[in-house]
Design a protein around this ligand. Structure first.
Ligand SMILES: [Zn+2]
Ligand SMILES: [Zn+2]
Length: 281
């Protein structure tokens, strides 16, 4: 555990074109998830590593070989912590958040069902539920994802160093199966992808598109995003997607990797063609 993300993040606020109070809310949420993760890690202390490895060898994400043991009470308590934090931070969303809390307490809302719908990609379920409860479906989906993220971060932390991902060559996460647009070049110059959902890191060929596997340099545009050479935006012309590269030979390692996605938010803005606010004074 150790580091407090809220304190650490203050050092990088100047690089992120989001107002400080929204940033702080977001980082507080990450910190809370990190604390909740410790509770769920207990749950996965006896996870079947052999089973996870055999699933990996088939080219499938490890979680498919793990009994996630989704439990309504555990997930609900995690949700209450998250909604509790956000209610005080985001007054505009507090009504929706309160409705979710009440719906869970009265049994109208099942986080096990929601979590399963997220894992199977069944978006209709959350939409219908949001309509039934008269809450914004984006709020419901975001809260579900934040709760499930805690679970997957705990699982990833438990599997880290135990499962064999040395032969995993895909751009998708070997633990949760999610896609990622975050690449890290470590201090030795080796490239890794980092899952933005569960935090798993795995070796990946530099300058290869994590989405479609394109490695033809002529089909990739690299845009340096700051004058220090810390961040690069790569755009793949085969699939049209982009990914972000953090070079630790330039950034050093004082900032937790957990914050890199947020730290490079400016690159998302550039990629989406949105207005770019340059905070450099
Ligand atoms: Zn993952
Ligand atoms: Zn691509």
């Amino acid at each position: 555990m150790g580091e407090n993300l809220v304190e650490k993040a203050k050092e990088i606020y100047k690089d992120i074109p989001i107002d400080a109070s929204s940033l702080e809310t977001y980082v507080k949420l990450m910190q809370l998830q990190k604390e909740l993760q410790a509770i769920f890690e207990e749950k996965y202390s006896h996870v079947d590593v052999e089973k996870a490895n055999s699933v990996l060898r088939e080219g499938k994400p490890a979680f498919l070989g793990v009994d996630l043991g989704l439990n309504e009470e555990e997930l609900g308590q995690a949700m209450l912590q998250i909604t509790g934090l956000l209610k005080s931070e985001l007054p505009d969303a507090s009504q929706s958040l309160e409705r979710l809390e009440e719906a869970w307490k009265s049994g109208q809302l099942s986080l096990v069902n929601l979590g399963e719908s997220l894992l199977t990609g069944d978006v209709d379920y959350a939409h219908a539920k949001a309509e039934e409860l008269r809450v914004d479906h984006e709020v419901l989906e975001a809260v579900t994802a934040w709760v499930m993220q805690v679970l997957f971060q705990a699982l990833a932390s438990r599997l880290s160093g135990k499962i064999d991902i040395s032969t995993w060559t895909l751009g998708r996460c070997p633990v949760c199966g999610g896609s990622t647009r975050l690449e890290i070049i470590d201090s030795e110059g080796s490239a890794h992808l980092k899952c933005q959902f569960c935090g798993t890191e795995w070796g990946f060929q530099e300058n290869k598109c994590p989405y479609c596997g394109n490695e033809n340099a002529e089909e990739i545009t690299s845009i340096p995003a700051d004058k220090e050479g810390r961040f690069t935006l790569n755009i793949c012309h085969v699939c049209g997607r982009y990914w972000k590269v953090v070079d630790e030979r330039r950034t050093g390692q004082a900032v937790p990797r957990k914050l890199y996605d947020l730290w490079t938010f400016k690159l998302d803005l550039i990629a989406s063609g949105g207005k770019t606010i340059t905070p450099e004074q």
